[in-house]
Design a protein around this ligand. Structure first.
Ligand SMILES: *[C@@H]1O[C@H](CO)[C@@H](O)[C@H](O)[C@H]1NC(C)=O
Ligand SMILES: *[C@@H]1O[C@H](CO)[C@@H](O)[C@H](O)[C@H]1NC(C)=O
Length: 224
């Protein structure tokens, strides 16, 4: 992330934090309730500061499956995140996962097969057999559900439009004015995502778009 964009994205996160109801996460010894902001701080229902310690978990690449599910059971990964001292995951997603039915309804098996990743098919079958024939959008939900079970907060990070590696300054996947950035589709994706996860107690926010970049990013306007 660029030097200037970090506080911007954080404030996007803060803006939306109050949107989801009822996260109930143990934060050290204190339970926190619904999160909101107080000036620059994120606070719980008692006005006590909550610190998000988030690790990035990538789920926006070509196959649109959370990385690592071919290597370890999801519950092992969630517990490892917790034991390393994180209380939160920034889970990345491509817009099309929430707006393109033919992508969303692909199974994990089909998605890996499309890219001839047959070893990964075998790996998921071994480590997460219940996911192999789930659709990509269900799989994404199951990952969030497992993090919920392990009391890990989640920030849903809209990373790119099309599934794939991010970011290049000419990839057309940045922001307004870029080739693959359709504002209406973006809003639809965010809306569908927010709707899908409204009831999840551990989902505490959405970051609206990863890394503004490229020639049309209007740095000076955003900075102001
Ligand atoms: C997954 O996507 C399919 C196709 O768009 C849709 O019918 C289904 O309701 C979605 N499921 C979830 C859990 O979002
Ligand atoms: C929707 O997803 C399918 C499957 O990944 C892809 O072939 C198609 O190009 C996508 N459509 C759009 C409009 O991006």
């Amino acid at each position: 992330m660029g030097r200037w964009s970090f506080p911007l994205v954080l404030s996007f996160v803060s803006l939306l934090i109050g949107f989801f109801s009822g996260p109930r996460i143990q934060q050290d010894e204190e339970a926190v309730g619904v999160l909101s902001t107080d000036s620059r701080w994120i606070v719980n229902e008692d006005g006590k500061r909550v610190k998000l310690g988030c690790v990035n978990w990538v789920s926006h690449l070509e196959v649109a499956v959370a990385e690592g599910l071919s290597k370890q059971p999801v519950d092992v990964i969630s517990k490892r995140i917790k034991s390393m001292g994180f209380n939160c995951v920034r889970l990345t997603w491509p817009t099309l996962l929430l707006t393109n039915n033919s992508l969303a309804s692909l199974t994990v098996r089909q998605s890996f097969q499309t890219f001839a990743l047959l070893q990964s098919v075998a790996g998921v079958q071994t480590n997460n057999p219940s996911f192999i024939d789930l659709s990509l959008n269900q799989t994404f939900q199951e990952v969030v559900r497992n993090l919920e079970k392990n009391e890990v907060m989640v920030i849903l990070d809209n990373h790119v439009t099309q599934p794939g590696w991010c970011c290049g300054s000419t990839d057309g996947n940045g922001f307004f004015g870029d080739k693959y950035f359709d504002p209406n589709l973006w809003i639809l994706g965010l809306t569908n995502m927010a709707t899908l996860f409204k009831k999840y107690t551990n989902v505490v926010g959405i970051s609206l778009r990863n890394e503004l970049r490229g020639p049309k990013q209007n740095v000076n306007d955003w900075y102001k």
